[in-house]
Design a protein around this ligand. Structure first.
Ligand code: SF4
Length: 465
């Protein structure tokens, strides 16, 4: 996923505002955090591993003065978890210096990187973001044209904020797969992955950046360029509605909390069950569990307690960390003892968390554990910036619902239908990418892109040997 943020506000403490923006976007990436500022056109970047609070101190923030800033919270999809892959990434080229923060995944990054290296570019990280930065930094043409040409060369899903030539620039891929919103803090312009970052700052959501649009902010205000025609409308990631984005964020005019409650209500209609208690897998399953309880009439209660101090399991970078994360994250309450429990979550990716939670509820004395999932089965990997990695890792890619239920050790299992999900979003299907649920990708997914997240990195390393 990754969280990105940008501000152009010569009269304000742009680094501090960016820091708070990143705090609001922390859920989108916990591996590293970084801020870049532009001061009279000169770029300065600070980035470090860990959470925003770990990466920045008061002293570090005080040293970051400027008129514009961008920030990033990272979750790795291309390139391993390492400092050199932390963002913002900076590139110096014949055209300009560029600091860039990226949410998404370029499916043709290896090809572009090969061309850049062959033409003399010095690339130091294994991240596709550096490839984009290099394309723009090396171009000896006005910034807007350099950005447009880089977009024309890039395939996949991307939302970008960058600083160059003393300007703040934001743009989105022509399918609009990854989110990017435009906000306003009095007279100043902001960009963020999600509107919740504006709320925290007392800023207002103006609109979403359109697919294929470039917005440029400088001393003369904001300019919009439709650099690439949007491809057939839009293909916003439906998983932002299901899970990724914070429930208090607004996407396509819809507050996600309400959409998730409706998913739970719809699920109760589609997959009713005789039970005593509806419990969420906190926090991701909470709105849908509330909706399920409301529609079914079964009491809602807490059956699992989540430690507030352990990161999201799905976002951790490898399986070993995920396993460890789950054990330290949840505990069951006596509340479930002797009861027929409906446990609600938003999705099942690998099944690791759900299997352990089912066992935990039975260990705590639950008589039955009925698993209800407020999205359809995930059957195909994501190539647009979400770490679903390989098809083999997805529990539903080759198994029936009955087989998955047996694997989870649950009394019963049911998923929300695709139609039910769509209905709950209150937006038409044509506005969404639903590829991981249907296998129908909105962009060309080249054969080489059918790979695990480190494949790009392996190519880079073997090329340099
Ligand atoms: Fe989102 Fe799934 Fe599309 Fe990836 S494939 S962008 S997770 S809807």
């Amino acid at each position: 996923m990754c969280g990105i943020f940008g501000i152009y506000a010569p009269e304000r403490d742009v680094a501090r505002i960016t820091h708070f923006g990143l705090v609001a976007l922390q859920h989108r990436g916990q591996e590293s955090a970084g801020i870049a500022v532009s001061d009279e056109g000169h770029l300065m970047v600070l980035r470090d591993m860990g959470l925003v609070a770990q990466a920045f101190t008061e002293e570090k923030l005080r040293g970051l003065g400027g008129q514009a800033a961008i920030g990033h919270t990272r979750y790795s999809t291309t390139g391993a978890t390492m400092w050199t892959n932390a963002q913002p990434s900076v590139q110096h080229g014949a055209g300009r210096a560029v600091a860039i923060a990226h949410n998404g995944n370029l499916t043709n990054a290896a090809e572009l990187r090969g061309e850049l290296v062959a033409s003399g570019a010095r690339l130091t990280s294994t991240s596709d973001t550096e490839v984009l930065a290099a394309l723009i930094a090396r171009a000896e043409e006005p910034l807007e044209e350099a950005v447009t040409h880089a977009m024309e060369r890039s395939e996949g899903g991307y939302s970008i904020v960058l600083l160059a030539d003393g300007k703040l620039v934001g743009f989105r891929d022509p399918d609009g797969i990854r989110p990017l919103a435009l906000g306003r803090l009095e007279d100043d312009w902001l960009l963020a992955s999600e509107s919740c970052a504006f709320d925290l700052l007392g800023a207002e959501l103006v609109r979403e950046v359109a697919p294929g649009e470039v917005v440029v902010v400088d001393d003369s205000g904001l300019r919009s360029i439709q650099a690439l025609p949007p491809k057939g409308g839009a293909a916003g990631c439906i998983f932002e509605f299901i899970y990724f984005a914070r429930p208090d964020s607004v996407l396509s005019g819809i507050e996600l909390y309400g959409a998730r409650v409706r998913m739970g209500e719809q699920l109760a209609e589609e997959a009713p069950v005789d039970a005593d208690l509806v419990v969420p897998i906190p926090d991701s399953g909470t709105p849908a569990a509330i909706g399920f309880a409301r529609r079914s009439g079964i009491p809602y209660g807490e059956g699992l307690i989540k430690s507030r101090y352990v990161g999201r399991t799905f976002i951790q970078p490898d399986q070993a960390m995920r396993e460890h994360g789950i054990r330290t994250k949840f505990n069951a309450l006596d509340e479930v003892t002797g009861k027929r429990v409906v446990v609600v979550d938003d999705s099942i990716v690998r099944g690791t968390t759900t299997r352990k939670i089912v066992a935990m509820l039975f260990d705590a004395g639950a008589a039955e554990v009925h698993v209800r999932i407020s999205s359809p089965p995930i059957v195909s990997p994501c190539f647009y910036g979400v770490d679903m990695a390989t098809e083999e890792e997805l529990i539903a890619s080759t198994r029936s619902v009955g087989e998955i239920c047996a694997r989870l050790g649950a009394t019963s299992l049911a998923y929300l239908s695709l139609e039910g999900l769509q209905h709950a979003t209150q937006r038409p299907a044509r506005e969404f990418c639903r590829a991981c649920l249907t296998g129908d990708y909105p962009t060309r997914v080249p054969h080489e892109a059918q790979l695990a997240k480190l494949r790009f990195e392996r190519d880079v390393i073997s090329a340099s040997r």
